[in-house]
Structures are given as structure tokens and as C-alpha cells.
Ligand binder design. Structure first.
Ligand code: DGJ
Length: 805
């Protein structure tokens, strides 16, 4: 076939990542190459975008259109278009096969339902889950879109809806963007599909922009961020991160059944229960280091849905985007240029031919370098002490300052004053919205308190929950219409609080100004931004009845707007987001906050699973992790200081303890862990993660982090439940340079002692190493022969450091 036109930003012949487009007589092919992967689709004769391939890199010269030969015409597929004006039937142009079925001639026409598609409309022959749904003036939702045009651009264009969080690049050479436009000629409704390939990863960022250019307004009832069709396999597996409060992001992998499966949230947040991230693995369950994995991660924090549909011919369709449940959006007509466009959130598509491990490492690097706020990219946060589990609501200024002074002795650098400092807040029943210091607790103003904490040698951080209002608050008494509420119905409380109506500009302004006043009132270096209930009573008094379906998404846009303004104006304040622990741990939040509180469950053994599950998508540097008291306040379980410390070091590393209770020996021990963390934190924050033992499959967990230059690494192993007389496998390293010599040293070596007061078995901080002296071995020996570990009790742990000679 003759190539009529060829356009290529990055020549793909030598596998340079980029986009290449080939135009033939009756079709156009689009090919998107990442570092080691390809994504290919074409415009078919009917103007559909037909998906051809997503997977490992394929030869650049090969034309993949032959793959469409495996399309089987469905017996009930629509067979053509009857043009009622000319009375011509496009069926006539279609070859008739001689095999007879269903009592009539069968045609070779392959309808939409039997194709792999990049974008799909409902009601005109594709019976799978559609990519969008738009209701026109006449009540019909039919809207068959045909290919119209394309553009290839260097870099990544901004999203028109500027409030939405997005992946960023610093130079246009880091990525290439393809925009493909599809139009419905009858209504002039169109969509632009954006594909941005990140050159140094196997990652494509997709998003969609819908545009109503018709005479009349239309109602968008669904618009996903991407549709991805996969060709038939014997089996597909889906891995998702699901859980509950205090048990977030446990790994769940299941074989996909025929029909539709849905990972979703309608709680107004991404939620504790589900996460907007899934991995599809084809043919067999993905292993850590082996197998093909396809990841989808929404850059969004509100209601979402990721549906997977196995159709009758064993093909798989995955749709990811805003949840269509409770969603609709009124699009203006062509004359309403400020309201006739709708932008979907971004979705990160990642491919790995090296199992889940490869997929996670690419996601981690991309999130660290292209998503979290730039200013925090290579900065390890200060080690912190958070007052929540030390005092809960029960403190006055003196307590806070004493905590700071005692924490300073151990080398802690930042104090975070948690809930209870504002309004008249002595418990969770009041004051959210009244963001002024509680005089009873902080009599001389916040600045004075912060000054005293600074004088003690610590920086200061503060807790807020700006999206909420307490029923018992000055704000609610003055503006009872400022919360989400349905007229003439009673209000639904959650933790005694209501959700502010952040679809409204006046409420957004109030929250922004309250935060701005707070941030400028004292030397604040850090903010913990909490959100402690889910959305109900989804209704805004400021929106017309035909716009009430917009509330949940507008709420999210309002939250993002506030974040954007504040993070732009206060770039030196680090934000940790939180939602009753890890109820909003998603890529949308990470665009504004470099870290997220991973869970309210601070028990080390529970955290093992929570942090391991979270690491499938999100880097260790983003996981808020603190050492807390024993027995643990959530589980009543006791684990050693060493194990609690090592787990917290695999995150942002801080404390929820009351340092006023520490003995000199405790302080010295904590100081020694902080020194260890300081020494290895760069590796943990910027290195590549290799998961070694899976806590969901074994009663233990191990992983290691290897610096990008492979000169340094740290490995951690934890034992949930030890079995007497049974050995643990040797810890076989991953990711080291096989030919490099490494000095292997056990950090915080082990010694078992009996705590005379409690009778509990604990580690002494001065111990003996398992290996005796440090040893020097080649990377390949460590990977193949491994290192011995020898756990002595439930919850025991070990940590090795590797430094190349
Ligand atoms: C929920 C958070 O996850 C906790 O850490 C703490 O900040 C409380 N909220 C305070 O109300």
C-alpha cells in the first residue's frame, strides 16, 4: 500500500519514543512509542478509531492492520447504513459471503461491536460499555462520531479546565502529544482524544475534551478519560487496591468474569474502599518480576469508575473516568463558548513487560518527577512529631511546647499541631470552619505558640480540614446555606460535620481567605489537610435544577482551585493531604501535596500490608508513615520500636508519640533511628523499589530500594508471624548491579531482651549483627545466593544497607 503522507515528530525507525502517523488511501495509522512500548490504532473505512495494539515495542516498519483480520463479524452486528435521502444502502458495497447463517446470506461487514475501538458511542451498534453519552435536544443519546482530523505536538498542552490536576513536563522534548478529533456531523458534537507519550517511560497520559458546537445545548451524561480495548486472551486478571478505613489499599487480584466488573467510588472522594488505579494482566496473574501488566491510574480524587467488560468473544474493554452515576453536565451550544466544552481528568496508562515491579517503578519515577509539586521533588521532608496520638484534643500551649522541647532532644525537626487548636474545639462535635485559634488553649495567638516551638528548635506545621463545617460552628450559624443540602430535607451528618458547597465561588473564596490568613499568621512550614467524611445530600442551592448532576465534579474542581491558589502563593509550605487516614490517596491529590497520610492505622504489622499495597502505584516518598505508641491505639497490638521505626522509614518518617514520656534511653534509641533514616533517606526517596516478599501471600514482607546509579541500596524485611522450627527464605536481592562489589551492613542490629516492666520481648538498641561483621559480595551473588535472615519473634524485622566499593 502506498503511503500518501508521513508525519513523524520523533522518527520511530530507531525506536526514538514519540508519535508517528501514516496516511494510506483508505486509512490512517497512529503509532505511539514509549521507551520500550508501542500503542497503535488506525482510522478504519467507516471513520472509527480502531485499536490495533498496546504492548512491548514492535518493529517500526510493520503495518499492524493485518490484525483486524481476526475480527469476527457478529451475526447481530448492524450491517450498514441506510441513507433515507438517497435511498442507498451501504450494505450494497459490502461483500456477501456464501456461507449462510440465520436463514439468510451473511455479510463480511464487521460492525463496531466486533472491533477494538479507541472511542465508542452507544446506540449505533457497539453494545459494550460506551465511552460517552450525550443527550441532544430531541431526547436521543445516539451520537456516532467519525474521525475528522489529528494534530501532533511537541510537549504537553495545558488542559482547558485549568483547575484539574495534571502531569507536567519541564521541556517539550520530554513528551509528544497526539490529538485526534472525532465529530458527529448531525449534531456537531465532537471529542478530542489526547495522548501524551512520556519519552523516558512506558507511560501515555490520556484525556478527552468534549465540545458541543451544535445549535442547541446538550447534556453530557458520561465521558470517560479513556477507553482501552484489549484483544481476546484466554484469561484476564484485574488487580485493584481495595479496603476500608484503617485497612486501605489491600491488593486484590481476580480473574475477570464475562460481563462488566466495576471498581468505583460514589463517595465524593476516591475513598478508603477503592482506589482509582487498576492493573490488567493478560493470560495469567501478573507476577512481581514477570508478565505483561497494563496500569490505569486516574489523576482524579472524586467519584470515579473503572469498568472492565469481557465481551462474548473474550475481548476486554476497560473504561476509566468520572463515575457516570450521579453525573451529568449541561453543555452550552456553539454560541456559549464559555460553557460548551467539558474536559475529563487525565488517566495515566502504563505498560510493563516485567511484571508489577516494572510497572510500579515507572509509575513511581513519573509521580516523583512529573506530578508532585516541583519544589518538593528531591527534598526529603523534615522528621516530624505529630500531636494527634500524643494528646488528641486534650492540650494547651504548654503541652505543645514541652512536646517540641522533648522531641528536639531526639533530633526531630518539625512539630505538627493536629486537630483541636481552633474555634472552641474540645472534641469532634464543633468548630470546623472557624479557623481562629482557640483562646483557652492558645491564649496569646498562634504566632506566639509558633515562636515558642521555633525557639525550641523545631519548625511548625498545622492541621486543617477546610472542606468542612461543623453543625456547631459560627460559620454554620451565619451561613447555613453554605453546605451541600437538598431543599426541604434534613441534613445528613458525618462525624458531626457537613460538607461545604465548594461549587460556589463565595464559599471557595471564604475557604481560600481563611487558609491564607492562617498561613500568613505565623511561621507555618507544613499543613496537614484533612477530610473526614464522604459526600451526601449532593445538591447546591446556587445551581439550576438541570445542573444538579454537576455538583460532585464541581465540588472537586472547587477543592482543586483552592489547592492551586494556595500552593502557588505559598510554595514553601509543604502540604500533606489526608482523609480519615488514606481515604483520598490518589494521583489527583499528589499534584498538590507531595505526601498523603497513608492510614489512621499506625500499627506496624497492619502498615506492612497497607504500605505494600499502596506501593503498587505510589512511591514510598509519598506515604505518610509515623512511629506510634504500643499497645497500638487502633489494634491494641505491641510491636518493637525497631520494627515500627523501620516501617516508618519506608515513608515520610515521623512520630505520633508523646516525647515527654520518653526516658533518656528512649530518646537515645529514637535519635539513633533518626540518624539511620537521615543516612538512607535519599535512597528511599529517589531510588527504585523492588518488592521481595508479598505480605498478602506470605506472613512476611520485604522490599529493597536501589539508588538510580545502583551504588547504594537498603533492604527491609519484616515478619508478621514467626513459626517455631521453620526457616525463612534467604533474602534474595533485586536491582543491584550484578558485577559491582557491595559492602553489606546490617543497620540497627538485633538483640532480644526482656522488658522488665512489661515482660515483653523487645529489641535492644545495641545489638549484634546476623552476619557478624560486614561482608563484601558481588551484586549477582546477593541476588542469587541471598542473605540469611533469622527472625526471633512475631513482628521482628531486619534492615541491610548495601554500598558499592
Ligand atoms: C483523621 C486523621 O487521619 C488523623 O490523623 C487526625 O488528623 C484526625 N483526623 C484528626 O481529627
Amino acid at each position: 500500500m502506498n503511503i500518501l503522507r508521513r508525519y513523524s515528530i520523533a522518527p520511530s525507525e530507531n525506536h526514538t519514543p514519540g508519535v508517528s502517523v501514516k496516511e494510506y488511501e483508505s486509512r490512517i495509522t497512529f503509532r505511539i512509542d514509549g521507551r520500550e512500548s508501542s500503542y497503535v490504532f488506525q482510522v478504519d473505512k467507516e471513520g472509527n478509531l480502531e485499536h490495533l495494539y498496546w504492548g512491548a515495542l514492535i518493529a517500526p516498519e510493520d503495518d499492524l492492520t493485518y490484525l483486524t483480520k481476526c475480527n469476527i463479524p457478529g451475526l447481530f452486528d448492524p450491517t450498514g447504513i441506510l441513507d433515507t435521502n438517497t435511498n442507498t444502502n451501504s450494505d450494497e458495497n459490502i461483500l456477501i459471503r456464501n456461507d449462510s447463517a440465520f436463514g439468510r446470506e451473511r455479510q463480511n461487514f464487521v460492525g463496531k461491536n466486533s472491533k477494538l475501538l479507541e472511542w465508542s458511542d452507544g446506540g449505533t451498534g457497539d453494545f459494550r460499555e460506551p465511552s460517552f453519552k450525550v443527550k441532544h435536544k430531541n431526547g436521543s443519546t445516539n451520537c456516532p462520531l467519525k474521525y475528522k482530523d489529528y494534530k501532533v505536538m511537541k510537549g504537553k498542552p495545558d488542559i482547558l479546565e485549568s483547575a484539574l490536576p495534571s502531569v507536567y513536563v519541564e521541556s517539550e522534548n520530554e513528551c509528544t502529544t497526539l490529538e485526534v478529533i472525532m465529530v458527529d456531523e448531525v449534531t456537531d458534537f465532537s471529542v478530542s482524544l489526547f495522548y501524551t507519550v512520556m519519552h523516558k517511560y512506558d507511560i501515555i497520559i490520556r484525556r478527552v475534551q468534549a465540545h458541543n458546537n451544535g445549535e442547541y445545548p446538550a447534556v453530557l451524561e458520561k465521558l470517560v478519560s479513556c477507553t482501552v480495548d484489549f484483544d481476546a486472551e484466554y484469561e484476564y486478571h484485574l488487580t485493584q487496591l481495595s479496603g476500608s478505613w484503617a485497612r486501605e489499599r489491600h491488593i486484590n487480584t481476580n480473574k475477570l468474569p464475562n460481563g462488566v466488573s466495576n471498581v468505583k467510588s460514589v463517595r465524593g472522594t476516591s475513598s478508603h474502599q477503592s482506589n482509582p488505579f487498576v492493573v490488567i494482566s493478560s493470560d495469567f496473574e501478573a507476577e512481581e518480576d514477570f508478565g505483561q501488566c497494563f496500569g490505569l491510574c486516574l489523576v482524579y480524587s472524586g467519584n470515579f469508575s473503572i469498568t472492565s467488560e469481557i465481551s462474548e468473544n473474550k475481548r476486554l474493554r476497560v473504561n476509566a473516568g468520572i463515575n457516570e452515576e450521579m453525573f451529568s453536565w449541561l453543555l452550552g451550544s456553539k454560541t456559549d463558548s464559555d460553557s460548551n466544552v467539558f474536559c475529563s481528568p487525565e488517566v495515566i496508562l502504563s505498560y510493563s513487560g516485567n511484571g508489577l515491579g516494572g510497572l510500579s517503578r515507572d509509575m513511581h519515577r513519573m509521580i516523583r518527577e512529573n506530578l508532585i509539586p516541583k519544589q518538593w521533588r528531591y527534598k526529603v521532608p523534615l522528621t516530624c512529631i505529630n500531636t494527634w496520638e500524643a494528646t488528641y484534643f486534650n492540650f494547651v500551649q504548654k503541652d505543645v511546647v514541652e512536646i517540641a522541647q522533648a522531641a528536639k532532644n531526639a533530633g526531630i525537626e518539625l512539630l505538627v499541631l493536629d486537630d483541636g487548636w481552633f474555634g472552641k474545639r474540645d472534641n469532634p462535635t464543633s468548630s470546623l470552619g472557624d479557623w481562629v485559634p482557640y483562646e483557652k488553649k492558645i491564649p496569646n495567638g498562634l504566632n506566639n505558640l509558633v515562636q515558642e516551638v521555633n525557639d525550641a528548635g523545631l519548625e511548625f506545621g498545622i492541621w486543617v480540614e477546610p472542606e468542612m463545617v461543623s453543625a456547631d460552628s459560627k460559620l454554620f450559624r451565619e451561613h447555613s446555606d453554605w453546605c451541600l443540602r437538598v431543599p426541604d430535607r434534613s441534613l445528613t451528618l458525618g462525624r458531626h460535620q457537613l460538607v461545604l458547597d465548594l461549587t460556589r465561588d463565595d464559599v471557595i473564596d471564604y475557604v481560600y481567605n481563611a487558609m491564607k490568613d492562617l498561613f500568613t499568621s505565623a511561621n507555618i512550614k507544613y499543613v496537614k489537610w484533612d477530610m473526614n467524611r464522604h459526600l451526601t445530600d449532593i445538591y447546591s442551592s446556587k445551581l439550576d435544577s438541570n445542573r444538579q448532576g454537576e455538583v460532585s465534579h464541581r465540588f472537586m474542581l472547587g477543592v482543586y482551585k483552592i489547592f492551586k491558589k494556595l500552593t502557588t502563593e505559598f510554595p514553601s509550605i509543604r502540604i500533606e493531604t489526608c482523609s480519615g487516614g488514606g481515604g483520598r490517596f490518589d494521583a489527583g491529590m499528589l499534584a498538590f501535596s507531595s505526601q498523603i497520610w497513608t492510614s489512621d492505622n499506625t500499627d506496624a504489622l497492619s502498615r506492612m500490608e497497607i504500605q505494600y499495597g499502596t506501593s503498587l502505584a505510589y512511591p514510598l516518598s509519598t506515604m505518610g508513615a509515623h512511629v506510634s505508641a504500643v499497645p497500638n491505639h487502633q489494634t491494641n497490638r505491641s510491636t518493637s520500636m525497631k520494627t515500627r521505626s523501620l516501617l516508618a522509614m519506608c515513608g515520610t518518617f515521623g512520630y505520633e508519640l508523646d516525647p515527654r514520656k520518653w526516658t533518656t534511653k528512649d530518646t537515645e534509641e529514637i535519635k539513633s533511628y533518626i540518624e539511620i533514616f537521615k543516612n538512607i533517606s535519599k535512597v528511599i526517596y529517589e531510588g527504585d523499589l523492588y518488592r521481595l516478599w508479598n505480605p498478602f501471600k506470605t506472613k512476611s514482607m520485604a522490599w529493597m530500594i536501589v539508588s538510580q546509579d545502583k551504588k547504594r541500596a537498603v533492604a527491609f524485611a519484616f515478619k508478621v508471624q514467626r513459626e517455631i522450627g521453620s526457616l525463612d527464605p534467604r533474602l534474595k536481592t533485586r536491582g543491584l548491579d550484578g558485577d559491582k562489589l557491595y559492602n553489606v551492613k546490617e543497620l540497627c542490629p538485633r538483640t532480644l531482651v526482656v522488658n522488665k516492666a512489661s515482660g515483653a520481648l523487645e529489641h535492644s538498641s545495641v545489638g549484634y549483627p546476623i552476619l557478624g561483621d560486614d561482608i563484601v559480595l558481588k551484586g549477582k551473588t546477593l541476588e542469587r545466593a541471598g542473605l540469611p535472615v533469622n527472625f526471633l519473634f512475631d513482628g521482628d524485622s531486619v534492615c541491610y544497607e548495601f554500598c558499592s566499593k
